[in-house]
Design a protein around this ligand. Sequence first.
Ligand code: C5P
Length: 238
Amino acid sequence: MADNRLIVALDFHKFSDMERLVTLLGDSISYYKVGMELFYSVGPKAISYLKERGKSVFLDLKLHDIPNTVAEGLCSLMVQGADMINIHASGGFTMMKTAAERVHKRAEEMGAVCPKLIAVTILTSINQDDWQGLGMTCEIREQVIRLARLAQEAGLDGVVASPQEAAAIREACGPDFMIITPGIRPIGTSTDDQSRIATPEAALKNGATHLVVGRPIRAAEAPKLAAEAIIKEMEMVK
Ligand code: C5P
């Protein structure tokens, strides 16, 4: 049975590949992530396909621009029916606050349910070398917490962060803040290009509300079995 805390990343270029995986996973999965790869090649029909099948959709386009452009961009995306959309917290407080206010106002005008608005803190692929290369002198964790607090203050619903930082975010932002964690790797699977990873069980125990999983399911020999094994592990942490 599906667990709404598990979000499967549909990182495909082709509609037919997405369709094949969604059909194969069937009722096991109720929440999907549409990212740049799929949305830039297929467009809004990826979202409508999923919504018509009763699935929830996280539209992961990580907007990062000046406040007005991000706010209006989100309003254009919102009408396509995603349940959750995201922006980069490093766009700053004013950008996030403008985005949150504009999206809520537009949803109200439309009489629509406002999608959850989430901020990306520091990408889970960033390692210490990348971090220092950016000229950053504080710890990654310290910056993640700073951005999470800023996002909460700006009126966002939650953050995307590494499962390794989830516990500290939970402590800093309280019980109602959503924490979406990619970088999930069940024991024995490849880490790929991810750096700050954890198992599904550890991520939930650290306070994650949703897990985003791509390659460990998509690239598995038997994706449905891989998904079910993750759900089973998740069920142990309620
Ligand atoms: O294949 P894998 O499980 O690594 O996929 C993780 C997914 O989560 C990818 O679609 C990636 O774009 C996304 N993501 C991430 N780190 C973030 C935000 C999103 O890995 N900070």
